[in-house]
Design a protein around this ligand. Structure first.
Ligand code: ADP
Ligand code: ASP
Ligand code: MG
Length: 425
């Protein structure tokens, strides 16, 4: 059986015409398929605000945020279904259970509460799309991904239990009576059936989990861009589409921060050599990008990856000792226990430097480091990585910039630069 897995992100279903378009994309495919869908538009961000209000017990913010989430979905539903369609009842049930959930007294476990609430975004979107598809004659079965994807209890970043998930997915998605299944990305549940999420932007990964378990022929991620580009087009105006990428190269790009694919997505596909297509839901005739096991030779386009909002820390031991293995293991332990990921590191005899995100407040880390080290840092810096660099590509990036640090390897050039306007000519 040649199973296809399709994944649609929030951007593809942000309004009623998006939902109609997604249905027409699904309809074009005649193979048995699993369709994995994210929350609509920016719903996950709105759900995060709802969690904030809930945890703070800010009742008026809670009510306003809840209302705007409901209104946003209602507007889409009104455009899709006739006024007395039975789906309105189901929608009311879902929104009431969300409202009841946020009326409970919150526990002290933020991440746990987060998963219970934010997961409603995916439930809403998939119910709307599955019911609408059936309504227009595109027969499909809605499945609750939480019953299929089993995870550990690491709320907000849950790890998949492959053995159990495989058992449940294969049993439920048997293609005996159905040929199209619609389910949620991003969510799962523990063995006690408590809802979990797989990390922000985790729907791509869910797509890969389903593809791996079902030995799919391919996974297609449908985007609002023609494929994987050699830079984020919102930052770099001359971005060009990459035709094909090998798995290891794609893993490197995701690792350096290319936002187009969630880093965890690639391994489950690579292990079974399942190709990943990244295609445009706006023009499905375009070939998109394929990520597969073949190593492509020839001239590779430079790929530019920007990580904004960085802090560049340089530390040296207070006792004037050298940076040797003992110090390094202590330094890594400090970063590790503060859950701070190092995006770039460099060391000399006396200094160790690291570039880190400022998203997770680094002040606790800095205090921790100060116990044994002299700490200096550069604020307001950005990290730019160029894979397959050449002189022109480097010139384009560092032209007019104040470079704080740089690192060159055979394939990769990395620059820590002071934040300033990007002017690409
Ligand atoms: P989805 O809702 O489908 O998950 P996202 O908004 O998360 O979509 O991702 C798609 C966006 O990623 C594109 O609109 C584009 O602006 C951005 N993007 C960042 N880097 C790249 C890249 N290298 N190639 C293509 N798109 C990129
Ligand atoms: N809805 C989730 C998010 O916005 C998962 C995803 O879209 O991949 O992070
Ligand atoms: Mg996304």
């Amino acid at each position: 059986m040649q199973i296809q897995v399709y994944k649609f992100g929030g951007a593809s279903v942000k309004n009623a015409s998006g939902v109609r378009n997604v249905c027409s994309v699904i309809k074009r495919n005649t193979n048995p398929m699993v369709v994995v869908i994210s929350a609509m538009g920016k719903t996950t961000n709105a759900m995060e605000e709802l969690v904030e209000a809930y945890m703070k017990q800010d009742k008026s913010l809670l009510k306003n945020t809840f209302d705007s989430i409901v209104e946003y979905h209602q507007q889409i539903i009104h455009e899709l279904f006739e006024p007395n369609h039975s789906f309105y009842e189901l929608f009311d049930q879902i929104q009431s259970s969300l409202w009841e959930r946020v009326q409970l007294h919150p526990s002290l476990n933020y991440d746990f509460e987060y998963d219970q609430i934010v997961s409603f975004g995916e439930i809403l979107s998939t119910q709307i799309i599955s019911n609408y598809a059936n309504y227009i004659g595109l027969k499909n079965k809605w499945v609750d991904g939480r019953k299929l994807i089993k995870t550990d209890e690491n709320y907000r970043d849950a790890g998949v239990n492959w053995g159990l998930s495989s058992q449940f997915v294969k049993k439920e998605i048997s293609f005996k009576e159905e040929s199209v299944y619609i389910t949620q990305g991003f969510i799962g549940s523990t063995i006690n059936n408590i809802t979990t999420t797989l990390g922000r932007e985790g729907s791509d990964y869910s797509g890969a989990v389903f593809a791996h378990i079902l030995d799919a022929e391919s996974l297609t991620i449908w985007k609002d861009v023609p494929g994987v580009l050699n830079a984020d087009p919102r930052w770099y105006p001359h971005a060009k589409k990459l035709k094909e990428i090998s798995y290891p190269e794609a893993i490197e790009l995701a690792y350096y921060g290319a936002q187009v694919i969630h880093p965890k997505t690639l391994k489950p596909l690579q292990n079974k050599e399942i190709p990943l297509y990244v295609k445009s839901f706006m023009d499905i005739s375009l070939p998109g990008t394929v990520i597969e096991s073949v190593e492509h030779s020839g001239n590779k386009l430079p790929v530019f990856i920007l990580k904004p909002n960085q802090l560049f820390i340089t530390i040296s031991p207070k006792d004037f000792s050298f940076i040797v293995e003992d110090n390094l293991s202590e330094i890594f332990a400090i970063f590790g226990r503060n859950k701070i990921k190092i995006n770039l590191m460099q060391n000399s005899a006396l200094n160790f430097s690291a570039c880190i995100d400022t998203k997770r407040n680094p002040s606790v880390l800095i205090e921790d480091l100060k116990k044994d080290f002299i700490v200096k840092y550069n604020e307001n810096v950005e990290l730019v990585t160029i894979r397959n660099y050449n002189e022109d590509a480097i010139e384009e990036v560092i032209n007019g910039k104040e470079v704080v640090d740089s690192q060159l390897s055979r394939n990769t050039a990395r620059y820590v630069v002071k934040e300033s306007e990007w002017n690409f000519s």
